[in-house]
Design a protein around this ligand. Structure first.
Ligand code: GTP
Ligand code: MG
Length: 202
């Protein structure tokens, strides 16, 4: 897919106020600093369409970008847990869960994980939560430039195996990327393009 336009539309913390055009939408989610905003810039070939930072917590709010005038990319803040009760129960931040539960246009959530790290409970729990809520998702391994090709393949394989050994019967689609080296760009854009075609033909 060729990117002909990419424009920032709006930021907000209220899913009800997100754009209401019936266009397919893809959201980038994951821990702070995993590289969500950088990946959006890499895919769009723009240096600072989405704001990035070496310090975690750069992206706040739900940020909509309209691409080629016919689909949306959404940059989200890093998820974490919010404490909600005396019993120290932990849940994901409310506006993030509301976004995923209520956003009808959402056709795929991309869960980003740093390829160097072992599976982290917060990511596994978020994927499980997406599954429980019937939200389609794919995994994007980020920062592949930090590993040698062999180690990179090994890490991704071990991660997927971990999912299969725990609660998943099927491996979700997954992509290995580097925003620094542009690894994975064409594969991801093709994946999005295929879903868009299905969306518009149904
Ligand atoms: P929050 O908005 O805080 O949730 O973070 P984020 O997930 O949007 O991360 P962001 O894109 O701001 O990147 C965080 C840091 O990781 C920045 O210093 C980036 O330069 C760096 N980074 C992102 N992607 C890559 C990558 O593919 N390779 C390398 N080496 N560094 C990366
Ligand atoms: Mg960000």
């Amino acid at each position: 897919m060729k990117i002909t336009s990419a424009e920032f539309v709006m930021s907000n913390s209220n899913v009800a106020k997100c754009p209401n055009e019936p266009l397919p939408e893809y959201a980038f989610i994951g821990r702070s600093n995993v590289g969500k905003s950088s990946l959006i810039n890499m895919l769009m070939e723009r240096k600072s369409l989405a704001k990035t930072s070496g310090r975690p917590g750069k992206t706040q709010l739900i940020n909509h970008f309209k691409i080629n005038n016919n689909w949306f990319l959404v940059d989200l803040p890093g998820y974490g847990y919010a404490r909600v009760s005396k019993k120290d129960k932990k849940v994901f931040q409310k506006y993030i869960t509301e976004y995923f539960q209520e956003r009808k246009q959402l056709v795929c959530g991309f869960v980003l994980v740093d390829i160097r790290h072992e599976p982290q409970p917060v990511d596994l729990e978020f994927m499980e939560w997406l599954g429980t809520n019937n939200v389609p998702f794919a995994i994007i391994f980020t920062k592949a430039d930090k590993l040698k090709p062999n180690a990179m393949e090994r890490q991704a394989k071990a991660y997927i195996q971990h999912l299969l050994d725990s609660i998943w019967e099927e491996a979700p689609p997954h992509f290995i990327t580097s925003s620094t080296n542009r690894t994975g760009k064409e594969e991801l854009l093709r994946y999005i393009d295929d879903i868009n075609k299905e969306f518009f033909s149904s």
